[in-house]
Design a protein around this ligand. Structure first.
Ligand SMILES: [Zn+2]
Length: 119
């Protein structure tokens, strides 16, 4: 079912990294790439214009692999993955929905994204 467009506040575990996203939660994605399988991520995709980093630019550390286009960010203090920049569509971010406050995921479809089979 559709959720209204609203702003969600997000943070890592220790609170060093804080951000906001505007989304109506059209769908969630799970990815089967080597990275996402290990972090067990459930993500929502937003355009960079719907995302604002409020704090923690200094706390973010970046991990890249494979083609080095996708940019995976982690809090260097608590190790939590809050979001990443997508490889195929770098102006979009994948947001870890479990980092968002007061989020109701009921009725939001989950799509299995194919990461492992991407060239
Ligand atoms: Zn943290």
């Amino acid at each position: 079912m559709t959720h209204p467009l609203r702003t969600y506040r997000g943070s890592c575990h220790c609170g060093a990294v804080r951000f906001e996203v505007d989304t109506d939660l059209p769908e969630l994605t799970m990815c089967d790439c080597s990275m996402c399988k290990r972090r067990n991520a459930l993500m929502v995709k937003v355009h960079e214009s719907q995302w604002r980093l409020l704090a923690g630019a200094q706390a973010l550390t970046e991990y890249q692999f494979h083609t080095h286009t996708a940019r995976h960010f982690f809090c260097r203090v608590c190790g939590i993955y809050p979001f990443h920049r997508k490889r195929v569509t770098p102006d979009f971010l994948g947001i870890n929905v479990h980092c968002l406050e007061d989020i109701d995921l009921s009725g939001v479809p989950v799509r299995q994204a194919v990461g492992a089979a991407m060239p």
